[in-house]
Write a protein that binds this ligand. Sequence first.
Ligand code: NAP
Length: 261
Amino acid sequence: MSQEDKRVALVTGATSGIGFAVARLLAGQQHRVFVGARTGENVVSTVKLLREEGLDVEGTVVDVRSGESVRRFVRAAVDRFGSIDVLVNNAGTPGGGVTADLEDEVWERVIDTNLTSVFRVTREVLNAGGMRTKSRGRIINIASTAGKQGVVLGAPYSASKHGVVGFTKALGNELAPTGITVNAVCPGYVETPMAEHVRRNYAKLGRTTTEAVLAKFNAKIPLGRYSTPQEVAGLVGYLASDPAASITSQAMNVCGGLGNF
Ligand SMILES: NC(=O)c1ccc[n+]([C@@H]2O[C@H](COP(=O)([O-])OP(=O)(O)OC[C@H]3O[C@@H](n4cnc5c(N)ncnc54)[C@H](OP(=O)(O)O)[C@@H]3O)[C@@H](O)[C@H]2O)c1
């Protein structure tokens, strides 16, 4: 396949965990992948590592909380690879605590990073990214099973991910006649740096150890273990493919049976 025939994918938060696995998988599935995250050195090392594997990957820094940064990011992707066929809104942050004690800053950071950013990046990709004028497109939002059920001590996170699921369903219906599909992938517990951070926070709040928190979480999952980033990426890869053309406005779990909804 020539470079020009390859589809172009944009992945936010691609230097770690799920986003990294998604970037690697899409690049392996004949996409040219443009990656971004806030920490420049991690973007550089991610691009280097994936290019050393023979994959067609470029990237630059982006903060999805900043409209100007998102504009620069999408422009850089189009300049490098051309208009965008696949958008994966993956960048996200944990955040919560006892709701009555939450500071505004925590609420705003979580809602802005996890929810408003999905609107911000999607709008930019539809316009400057050129997806709006195409007859085929894929928008895949990484939500969470916390976007379908309430998570105790996770009100901002749960609210943000419910918002992502709602945005996905509304935009999916809006764009259905255009050939652009919009879906959410809802991971349960996935072993990533974010998952370690969450276990540390729960251990602090519950005055227990991270090992005890891990055992408690594993016990809640019918499969008995966390999912892997690669397992989440697998569904993203399928949703990006041609046979997934009739799947839109859906929110699908990758969670070892944790969510039954
Ligand atoms: N791990 C889980 O158990 C789990 C479960 C359900 C859903 N999810 C969701 O899956 C997604 C990825 O999670 P993960 O566990 O892979 O997280 P992770 O390992 O912490 O990686 C997060 C990525 O997002 C980037 N990022 C964070 N804030 C950003 C911002 N403002 N602008 C641009 N990039 C930003 C980070 O890089 P920088 O810090 O350098 O920006 C990093 O590349 C998130 O949306 C998360 O909510 C995760």
